[in-house]
Design a protein around this ligand. Structure first.
Ligand code: CA2
Length: 145
């Protein structure tokens, strides 16, 4: 069975509780349930994790090797800063889709650079929390070739 890890980085545990004008009203628990249900409809196992700690995200990416076929990854602000996450992705065989709820390219200049994009198979940004299920489908399409 195909297995996908939906991985969320720092502050995304606050989803739906603050800054709804940018990130919407859907909570992280809602997003994770939506992803699991979406995966079940497609016969795919979806595992969801969130951490505020860079090292924990690195470890989970290492552990994905041979376990998950792909990762939908919203690295939050670490997207724009983390060489460690980029290196971790290079070291895994899981295919990564980078995801952002907001359109990072329509925001501040410091959000325009990503350390994840060069090592991802593709990027989803600006479609709100609906982007997570779109990213799962994009990843499945990529994995099917
Ligand atoms: O648009 C995205 O998904 C981001 O990855 C979200 C990050 C931001 O630093 C990236 O530039 C773009 C921030 C996540 C913070 O999430 C919150 C959600 C609700 C309330 C407060 C923060």
């Amino acid at each position: 069975m195909t297995s996908i890890l939906v991985l969320n980085g720092p502050n995304l545990n606050l989803l739906g509780t603050r800054q709804p004008e940018i990130y919407g009203h859907t909570t992280l628990a809602d997003v994770e349930e939506m992803c699991r249900v979406h995966g079940a409809k497609r016969g795919v196992d979806v595992v969801c994790k969130q951490s505020n700690h860079e090292g924990e995200l690195v470890t989970w990416i290492h552990q994905a090797r041979g376990v998950h076929d792909g990762i939908v990854f919203n690295a939050g602000a670490y997207t724009h800063t983390s060489v460690a996450l980029m290196d971790a992705i290079k070291g895994t065989d899981a295919k990564v889709v980078e995801l952002h709820i907001s359109n990072v390219h329509a925001r501040e200049a410091f959000r325009h650079h990503s350390y994840i994009s060069p090592v991802a198979v593709g990027v989803m940004a600006g479609f709100g929390t609906r982007g997570y299920t779109l990213a799962i489908d994009a990843l499945l399409g990529h994995l099917e070739g």
